[in-house]
Design a protein around this ligand. Structure first.
Ligand code: ZN
Ligand code: ZN
Length: 146
């Protein structure tokens, strides 16, 4: 899932700003994150990225996170889940299974966005904040765990 018209160009630019090259390995991981359509774990990234050594996976993700290309959604170590930054993947929310830990993307809906924006603005303005965005996860049980 990607909404950016020139995803690889954007990623290359962000890496170049850190004097990092957009290597084949980094490109392969970006492709995997883009194809997944939901936040994925390191083992999932390894199984869907041929020829990616486990030792490179952690280092590659660290560089992509530092460049603002990817972000950690939940968890630590092997339980961590990663996705592309919203500037590349588009604004969305997550459905988190409290039993198995699976995380799915929820596509944005005008109705939900409007309700969240209004509620957030009202709540934050009382404390002198200007709201520029939001992160919102729905927690429950996935179809397998229900
Ligand atoms: Zn589940
Ligand atoms: Zn939203």
């Amino acid at each position: 899932m990607t909404v950016h018209p020139d995803m690889h160009g954007e990623v290359a630019g962000r890496l170049a700003a850190l004097e990092q090259r957009y290597t084949t390995t980094r490109r392969a991981v970006v492709e995997t994150l883009s194809r997944a359509g939901r936040p994925v774990t390191i083992p999932e990234i390894l199984s869907s990225t041929p020829l990616l050594p486990q030792s490179s996976a952690y280092r590659t993700l660290a560089v992509l996170i530092e460049a603002g290309v990817a972000r950690r959604v939940t968890g630590d170590g092997d339980h961590g889940r990663f996705e592309l930054a919203e500037e590349l993947s588009g604004h969305h929310h997550h459905l988190v299974c409290e039993v198995c830990g699976t995380v799915d993307d929820v596509p944005p809906s005008t109705r939900l966005e409007r309700a969240l924006d209004e509620a957030a603005r009202a709540a934050a303005e009382d404390q002198g904040y200007t709201v520029t965005g939001h992160r919102f996860d729905l927690v429950g049980r996935c179809p397998t765990c229900r």
